[in-house]
Ligand binder design. Structure first.
Ligand SMILES: *[C@@H]1O[C@H](CO)[C@@H](O)[C@H](O)[C@H]1NC(C)=O
Ligand SMILES: *[C@@H]1O[C@H](CO)[C@@H](O)[C@H](O)[C@H]1NC(C)=O
Ligand SMILES: *[C@@H]1O[C@H](CO)[C@@H](O)[C@H](O)[C@H]1NC(C)=O
Ligand SMILES: *[C@@H]1O[C@H](CO)[C@@H](O)[C@H](O)[C@H]1NC(C)=O
Ligand SMILES: *[C@@H]1O[C@H](CO)[C@@H](O)[C@H](O)[C@H]1NC(C)=O
Length: 541
């Protein structure tokens, strides 16, 4: 009680804090409130509720569904969500009702397309309708990916009362995402992230309805991707040649684990900068830097003046496009330092030959254009960081620009400029979640307005989504999860939900606090938002 008094005292001094305290008590009073995070586009529920018995609870395919038993995506999801819905139940999941039981409850899933064998893609539908009435749930979706989103929402509707009985209220949901691209970036170069950590992140992503895992797999410090074509890249460029790498088996594991959760895997092989680790296993790839007329032993960005560079890149990207099924590929292109290029006589000769004068941005543009052309020949859509647009407005029109600069205000101008040129964008700048502050910075993430820039409706449609970036300088498996959740979930709601219904952080607060408790219940070590408790605390094994 002393804490409460202290809080109430300090309340008089800080209005914001005061509001928080009120919210905190309101949320304590409504333990049966089972909201869905991110908020569905349309949601109505009533106090009428039905109890669920784990031994008489079923998922079933609808009569008219295009997907039947044997659909891996749904079959696996039925098993997963059964465990998530009934965390305390230790019996076996019954797969089909044996007889007509009075107390049985079946969720019937129907999808329009049989896309069970495929991969989620940029144009996949994630729409679903979910209706819960007495003894019955009906989940309809256009694709299996939409069905996954609906199962997630259903799982969040189920709650337990103090005696442990499971309930679900009468509910009607019609839902679809506001933006098709909702990503999380993990950086596995600055620190190596064990496979299990990546898989756990994919679980958390599915709970917040994220659908793109942007794998910033290599960078200056280390090259953990094991390439069958160029094994030296990881044997010499990784922190350790066998313990700190991702084998092809690991990569396939990530891709298939993600697929089963409706998540795309977007690999990034950033060049020509951010490539120091590449040079260890691929001699002659990087530019030797000169002091006066002789090399000084340092290396700069990829050497754009050598034919061998393009042969290597072409072979590498051919491999990458066979390994990663997604039609998008991230080519980086950010933060290129010209100092070394400027010092190198071969690069200078090449500049002269190409007629670039002394404008190194033209050389950089030339290099990026060749790489984009290469991946385009492989039927891939390139994503590049905004730098590439800033110095080169003529890159192929279907290239997607990734905005990372200009916080707190300037990214809106960049959104306006790039979409005016008719190009698609992904917004990451306001969601650099590796930056941490005291207090509730999730509020800032929540209040981002991706479309609040000067431009036509046509321009706004070119914003295909956003991304939460967790750069790895200060992050590894020890702190990734609590730093990512539930702060990342704030951005998830911004990217999924209707803007007008989600303008208030104060209204979002109790639902996010409840969602964070659900994450703990599911074994995700999500950090607290503020003072309070969860019925099932993290056990900290
Ligand atoms: C669910 O039903 C309970 C019991 O009738 C009620 O107290 C609660 O407010 C309902 N929750 C929602 C979200 O409708
Ligand atoms: C959801 O319901 C709406 C309105 O009834 C309907 O127009 C839409 O086609 C339904 N969507 C799906 C995926 O079943
Ligand atoms: C190119 O990619 C698109 C989208 O992923 C796919 O539908 C198409 O079949 C591909 N074309 C070729 C020639 O591989
Ligand atoms: C990229 O492809 C376009 C279209 O084929 C071509 O005009 C351009 O010269 C290519 N760029 C480079 C740098 O090779
Ligand atoms: C959009 O941004 C401007 C400038 O930052 C701000 O003044 C305005 O209130 C914002 N619009 C809305 C609807 O919040």
């Amino acid at each position: 009680m002393q804490t409460v008094f202290r809080l109430i005292l300090s309340c008089a001094m800080e209005v914001d804090r005061c509001k928080l305290i009120l919210l905190f008590f309101t949320s304590l009073c409504s333990q049966t409130a089972s909201g869905v995070w991110p908020l569905p586009q349309s949601f109505s529920s009533s106090p009428e509720r039905f109890s669920l018995q784990p031994e008489a609870f079923y998922f079933a395919h609808g009569q008219d569904s295009a997907a039947k038993g044997g659909c891996s995506v749904l079959d696996e999801a039925f098993k997963r969500y059964f465990g998530l819905i009934f965390p305390e139940y230790i019996g076996k999941q019954n797969l089909s009702p044996r007889t007509t039981q009075d107390l049985s409850f079946t969720v019937v899933i129907s999808v329009d397309q049989d896309d069970c064998q495929g991969y989620p893609a940029q144009d996949s539908s994630e729409r679903y309708n979910l209706t819960v009435t007495a003894e019955h749930g009906a989940l309809n979706a256009e694709s299996v990916w939409g069905a996954l989103r609906g199962l997630e929402s259903f799982s969040q509707l189920v709650y337990q009362d103090n005696s442990g009985t499971y309930y679900v209220n009468k509910t009607v949901i019609e839902d679809f995402p506001r933006f098709p691209f909702r990503g999380i970036l993990l950086d596995t170069s600055r620190h190596y992230l064990p496979l299990q950590t990546i898989l756990k992140t994919l679980d958390g992503m599915a709970y917040s309805k994220f659908n793109v895992f942007h794998w910033h797999i290599v960078d200056d410090p280390s090259f953990p991707y094991q390439s069958p074509t160029f094994p030296d890249l990881s044997s010499k460029g990784a922190y350790h040649p066998s313990t700190h790498i991702y084998t092809q088996t690991d990569v396939q594991r990530v891709i298939s684990y993600a697929r089963l959760r409706g998540i795309r895997v977007l690999p990034e092989f950033d060049s020509p900068g951010h490539t120091r680790s590449w040079g260890k296993g691929q001699p002659d790839l990087l530019t030797p830097c000169y002091s006066g007329s002789s090399p000084n032993g340092q290396f700069g960005p990829v050497n754009p003046s050598m034919a061998s560079t393009y042969q290597f890149m072409s072979t590498l990207f051919k491999e990458v496009s066979l390994v990663f099924p997604d039609s998008f590929i991230h080519l980086g292109g950010d933060e290129v330092d010209f100092t070394c290029w400027r010092s190198n006589p071969d690069v200078k000769a090449f500049m002269k030959e190409m007629g670039f004068g002394s404008d190194f941005t033209r050389l950089e543009a030339f290099y990026m254009e060749r790489i984009v052309n290469m991946t385009r020949a492989l039927n891939r859509t390139a994503i590049v960081w905004q730098d590439v647009f800033d110095y080169h407005e003529k890159i192929p029109r279907d290239t997607v620009l990734h905005i990372w600069k200009g916080v707190p205000a300037d990214y809106h101008n960049e959104l306006a400029r790039i979409t005016k040129a008719g190009m698609r964008v992904i917004l990451a700048a306001p969601w650099y979640i590796n930056h941490i502050n005291y207090g509730q910075d999730w509020r800032t993430y929540y209040l981002v307005q991706p479309l609040n820039f000067t431009g036509t409706e046509q321009q706004k449609k070119l914003v295909i989504g956003g991304e939460v970036c967790m750069w790895g300088e200060y992050v590894d498996a020890t702190n990734l999860t609590p730093r990512l959740w539930p702060r990342g979930s704030a951005a998830a709601e911004r990217l999924w939900s209707d803007e007008k219904q989600t303008t208030s952080v104060d209204r979002a607060f109790p639902r996010l606090q409840d969602f964070r408790c659900k994450l703990l219940r599911r074994g995700i070590q999500a950090e607290p938002l503020f003072v309070g408790h969860c019925r099932h605390e993290y056990q900290g094994i």
